[in-house]
Design a protein around this ligand. Structure first.
Ligand SMILES: Nc1ncnc2c1ncn2[C@@H]1O[C@H](COP(=O)(O)OP(=O)(O)OP(=O)(O)O)[C@@H](O)[C@H]1O
Length: 264
């Protein structure tokens, strides 16, 4: 693989309101450091894509944003959300994940009914009123563009859904909690092109209400969907800018090589 000077980076600071600000974040799995001194901000109500080769640390960094690396890795540095550092010891992680939800690469619906997939966490968080639960089920399924396909079978098992429907259910499950931020780790990589395009359409509509941070291997997807793009290489943030800049006039050679397929 080509060698790049990893100390050089180009990270734009944008004059917009940020939902999350990461400051000097380092992440290590035991002795193995996977993220090196990453500082960047995620603009509110925008989609930020994180791109980079396999093993560049995208998922590790994403998972740090809602404490999914607890007990797996050591995370140093600050990740600021609403003026608190989410890495502080006194943070209630379950409460945090209500505000910063996550959707994983493989659709992982619970082995419960479609309805219960959505109401399960709501009930755990104390919402008992049937009318409110019904309202949240319908709203979140509509927002995830799944309502029309499932409205007549809400009490059937979620395991009967197709992969694409199941992933939209996972998105509905996450947004039913009314989060501020939605983290998505390659949410369409296990899906066919039609399901992928439905997920992309869904996310495009959701960005009016949520800040979206998405890890993707798919360059077209990043350029179609995101407002901002962060390019990672070997655990370093190399470049962060508006997506239009990253894809048309990147500042760093490594970024240009990666997006043009001349990498490695
Ligand atoms: N649970 C873990 N335990 C130990 N090392 C890990 C763990 N998860 C990731 N790593 C290591 O951290 C580094 C970054 O991995 P990560 O999965 O964050 O990269 P990525 O860019 O998301 O890759 P991919 O695109 O393949 O998902 C790699 O060297 C990987 O081997």
């Amino acid at each position: 693989m080509k060698k790049y000077n990893l100390d050089q980076q180009y990270v734009r600071d944008f004059a917009v309101e940020n939902a999350i600000e990461a400051k000097h974040v380092n992440v290590s799995y035991g002795q193995h450091q996977s993220i090196f001194d990453v500082s960047m901000s995620f603009p509110r109500f925008k989609v930020t894509a994180m791109i980079g080769a396999s093993g560049s640390g995208k998922s590790t960094f994403l998972r740090s944003i809602n404490r999914m690396n607890d007990n797996i890795a050591t995370v140093d540095g600050k990740i600021m959300y609403r003026d608190v550092n989410i890495n502080d010891d006194n943070i209630n992680v379950y409460e945090l994940r209500k505000h910063i939800g996550m959707v994983f690469q493989r659709p992982n619906p619970f082995a419960k009914s479609i309805r219960d997939n959505i109401t399960f966490a709501l009930k755990k968080h104390g919402i008992k009123d049937k009318k409110e639960l019904d309202e949240r089920v319908e709203t979140s399924l509509r927002e995830a563009a799944l309502w029309d396909e499932v409205k007549d079978k809400l009490d059937e098992s979620a395991l009967s859904l197709s992969g694409g429907q199941a992933q939209r259910l996972c998105i509905a499950r996450a947004i039913a909690m009314k989060p501020d931020v939605l983290l998505l780790d390659e949410p369409a990589s296990a899906l066919d092109p039609i399901s992928t395009s439905k997920i992309e359409d869904t996310l495009n509509r959701l960005k009016e209400k949520y800040t979206i941070i998405i890890v993707t291997h798919n360059m077209q997807q990043a350029s179609r969907m995101s407002d901002y793009t962060a390019f990672f290489h070997q655990g370093h943030l190399i470049e962060f800018n508006k997506t239009s800049h990253i894809f048309t006039r990147p500042k760093m050679q490594a970024t240009e090589d990666y997006i043009s397929g001349n990498f490695g």
